[in-house]
Design a protein around this ligand. Structure first.
Ligand code: MN
Length: 241
């Protein structure tokens, strides 16, 4: 075992601890892909993504439209869910792909918020409904490739209030306000931190207001949180290939 690895205690979650743990003196047999990177608004800097945490049922009106109790819950997506492409292939294996506009928190060292932005939590609602009925995990409904289009980030603390809206082909679909969140950013990070060691590169999707509905190939989505950079993307039209 390399000296650095032996000296790294399992509970050492500092930046130096992470570095020591991943120090490698051997030759890797594969090369990992680079992480997705989000633009910082008004800057040439970027934010590399490590993990994606999501909170569900954080707006009472959305929990109600899903027929669920307004009790926040957590799930995860993989880093490859995050995409900044403005033209996306329509995801496979769903006849009911839903949009969920969400404020996104970007975390730095120690799991502290360094920036925020706008994301869409794409959901295979047809599959999620079946999974819920079986009390089964949600990954195949939630954690698929490119299931989390995310816009540019704005540095600094996230807004505490402001409109959260989403339109499809210019038609309004979702509308709410950040102030309606059941768990605010500080409360959700405190809750998440009971179960996970939050750290640099983590994103937290903070939940969606009411109005979720289905998307189709060819649709253009515009997602807004007042005060943060707008996110726009279009699904490529269906082909017969
Ligand atoms: Mn969501």
């Amino acid at each position: 075992m390399p000296e650095a690895a032996r000296s790294c205690k399992p509970d050492d979650v500092s930046t130096e601890g992470f570095k020591a743990r991943y120090l490698n003196t051997m030759s890797d047999i594969i090369t990992l892909p680079a992480p997705p990177r989000l633009a910082i608004d008004g800057s040439d800097d970027t934010f590399p993504v490590a993990r994606v945490f999501c909170i569900g049922r954080n707006y009472a009106d959305h929990a109600k439209e899903m027929g669920a109790a307004a009790e926040p819950l957590f799930f995860c997506k993989h880093a490859d869910a995050v995409t900044t492409q403005d033209s996306l292939p329509f995801p496979p294996e769903t006849d009911d792909l839903h949009h969920e506009v969400e404020m996104v928190l970007a975390l730095g060292e120690g799991g502290k918020i360094v920036a925020s932005g706008v994301g869409v939590d794409l959901t295979r609602r047809d599959i999620q409904t079946k999974l819920k009925a079986k009390a089964a995990p949600w990954e195949i409904a939630k954690a698929f490739h490119q299931s989390a289009p995310t816009g540019a980030l704005r540095l600094g603390p996230p807004p505490a209030s402001g409109a959260v809206t989403l339109s499809v082909n210019g038609e309004p679909r979702q509308s709410g306000d950040l102030s309606q969140m059941i768990l605010d950013p500080a409360a959700m990070l405190a809750e998440l931190s009971r179960y996970f060691v939050l750290g640099p590169g983590d994103l937290v999707f903070t939940g969606t207001p009411a109005g979720v509905a289905a998307l189709q190939p060819g649709d253009t989505v515009e997602a807004c949180v007042e005060g943060l950079p707008t996110l726009r993307f279009t699904f490529q039209p269906e082909t017969d290939a």
